[in-house]
Design a protein around this ligand. Sequence first.
Ligand code: UT7
Length: 328
Amino acid sequence: MANQRAGILGTGHSYPEGILTNADLAKMVETSDEWITTRTGIKQRRKAAPHEYTSMFAVRAVRQAIERAKLDPSDIDLLICATVSPDQILPSTGCIIQAEIGAHNAAAMDVVAACSGFLYGVSLADSMIRTGQVRYAVVVGAEVLTQYVDYTDRQTCVLFGDGAGAAVLGPAEGNRGILASKIKSDGRYEEQLYSPGGGTRRKPSAETLAAGDHFFKMKGNELFKVAVRSMTEISRDVLEQGGSKSDDVDLFIPHQANQRITEAVADRLNVDTSKVYSNIAVHGNTSAASIPIALDECVQSKRVNEGDLVLMASFGGGVTWGAVLMRW
Ligand code: UT7
C-alpha cells in the first residue's frame, strides 16, 4: 500500500567487551580524565579486540532487532548498513550481514554518511516503505572506529568508540511512526573530518601507512560550531514539518559526539535536559552506531513509551546532518 507511514518495530545493539578508560588514554597521550570529562563528557569507550570486525557487532544487533520485531530474517526486503569502517571494500558490509543472518530476500547495501549514517538509512527506508517498494527494512549503524584512530593524536583518540545499533522498520499502526525526516550534506567541509588515505585518490602504500593517512583527521573546534548550528536547524525543520513544537518532544536523542554539543543543541531548541538522552560517558562517539545504540537503550529501559514524540538528530563527517521526528 503506497503512502503507508513507517515505524520502528524492533531495536537491538551490541558492542565489544573491551573498555578503554580515560585513565588508559592518559598513559598513551598527554591528557587527563579531568580534561576529557569536562570537554567531552566521555569517561570510557568500547574498543574492539584485534580479531573483531564491524559486521560481528552489526549481526548481533540486527538479529536482536528482527527478533524483537517478531519477524524472520527472510521477511526483510531492505538491509542498510551505515558505516565508515566497513569489513572490507567489496562487497558491502550490508551484503556480509545479509549472508550471515540469512536475509536472502533483501536488497543490501552500505550508506556512507559518517555519524549521520543511521538517520540517512532510516530516511531512505521510510521513503521506500511509504512508496510501497519494500515492506520491512533493517537499518544498522555499525563501527569499529578505534582502528582508524591515531593513538598519538590526543584531539581525536579520546573521542571514538566501537559498537552497533539496529532498527527494523515496517508499516506503522495508527498515528504512530515517522512524521518527518530530513537529511543534508555539504562536501565543501570535507577536511573538517576525514581519512585521506587508502582509497583511489591517495592509494594505499607503505608511505601513506607510515604517514598515518588512513587515520581520522579532525578540525574539532570548527566542527563543533557547524555541528551545533546544523543539528539545531534541521531539528527545527523536522519539528515544523511534523507540525510539532520543541515543547511537545518527550525524548531527544542527539548523536553522541560531545556532551557540550548535546547541551548546546538542546538549549537552542528549548528542549528540557530531562528529555535529552545521553550515554556518551560510557560509549564515547560511535559515529553511525551512536543513535541506534541510544535508541535501543531507551526502549529496553522504557525511557520511551508508546505515543511519545521522539526527535533524533545527527551530524558527522562529510559534512552530513539529519533529523527524524517520530511518534513512538
Ligand atoms: O561525530 C561528529 C564529529 N565530531 C565532532 O562533532 C567533534 C566536535 N569537536 C569537539 O568535540 C571538540 O572540539 C573537541 C573535544 C575535539 C576539542 O574540544 P575543544 O574544547 O574544542 O578544545 P580545543 O580544540 O579548542 O583545544 C583546547 C586546548 C588546546 O590546547 P591549547 O592550544 O589551548 O594549549 C588543545 O591542544 O585543549 C587541548 N587539547 C587537549 N588537552 C588535553 C585538545 N585535546 C586534548 C586532550 N587532552 N585530549
